[in-house]
Design a protein around this ligand. Structure first.
Ligand code: PGA
Length: 269
């Protein structure tokens, strides 16, 4: 690992990266609803040439990944998984391996979402193993970090996100540059209470500096840091204008086709 000696410019060189707007469907959808939602997105993205300046992804539930991948093929929409096993294969009932995700040509996989950390007791070490497992299969991990309300109120936001990111950087080493990072304050997820652009930028710039120390200024500038947590058409523009916010991880609003499209449009302005 290279120690950086300089402080990165906010956001680095914007020309090096395209924004990424990723929809996290969570445990929602069915065959019919997925088909309608994807058909709407495909048409709107083509009509407004939205994939020209922005990467778009949808993270579907595991059983619908094949359907989503088939419907999105050749459309410019990438498909993501929402989770993965840290194991390669074997007696792990119910688990899906990174190699299985690669079989379907998936581009991204979310790891360390706060709902997995909270409800499935995933810790920093496990999240790092999952990130490494997908990278080894050529899939880009979207690594989620973020503090709870209690942690923010205790003034430990910076310590928490730094600890969560450090665990991943320590395992990925130079490959850290291959990941996407998502800052998702837990208190903003699904609550309608979004972080202010200033609150989000403050954490994003801290994360960027930490990435800079790990992979150098240029490498850190290329890593997209998404904001997630009640992003919607009314707050997306200001959030996405922040120098260190390179896209969004969208939950609820990604299930409403027109809202999701408006957020993609906001990423282009
Ligand atoms: P939300 O979810 O947009 O519904 O707050 C974001 C996420 O959990 O990724």
């Amino acid at each position: 690992m290279t120690e950086a000696t300089t402080t990165p410019e906010p956001g680095g060189d914007a020309s090096l990266k395209r924004p990424l707007i990723a929809g996290n469907w969570k445990m929602n959808g069915d065959l019919g609803a997925n088909q309608s939602l994807i058909a709407y997105l495909v048409e709107a993205i083509a009509e407004h040439t939205l994939s020209a300046h922005c990467d778009v992804a949808i993270a579907a539930p595991a059983v619908y990944l094949a359907q989503a991948q088939a419907l999105c093929a050749g459309t410019g929409i990438q498909v993501a998984a929402q989770d993965v096993s840290q194991h390669d294969k074997g007696a792990y009932t119910g688990e899906v391996s990174a190699a299985m995700l690669r079989d379907f040509g998936l581009r991204y996989c979310i790891v360390g979402h706060s709902e997995r950390r909270q409800y499935h007791h995933e810790n920093d070490a496990l999240v790092a193993k999952k990130a490494a497992a997908v990278l080894a299969q050529g899939i880009t991990p979207i690594v989620c970090v973020g503090e709870t309300l209690a942690e923010r109120e205790a003034g430990s936001t910076q310590d928490v996100v730094k600890r969560q990111l450090a665990a991943v950087v320590n395992v990925l080493g130079r490959c850290t540059g291959e990941m996407v990072l998502a800052y998702e304050p837990v208190w903003a997820i699904g609550t309608g209470q979004t972080a202010t652009p200033e609150q989000a930028q403050e954490v994003h710039s801290l994360l960027r500096a930490q990435l800079c120390a790990a992979v150098g200024e240029q490498g850190a500038a290329r890593i997209r840091i998404l904001y997630g947590g009640s992003m919607n058409p009314s707050n997306a523009t200001l959030l996405l204008q922040q120098p260190d916010i390179d896209g969004g991880l969208i939950g609820g609003a990604s299930l409403k086709a027109s809202d999701f499209i408006q957020i993609i449009q906001a990423a282009q302005s």
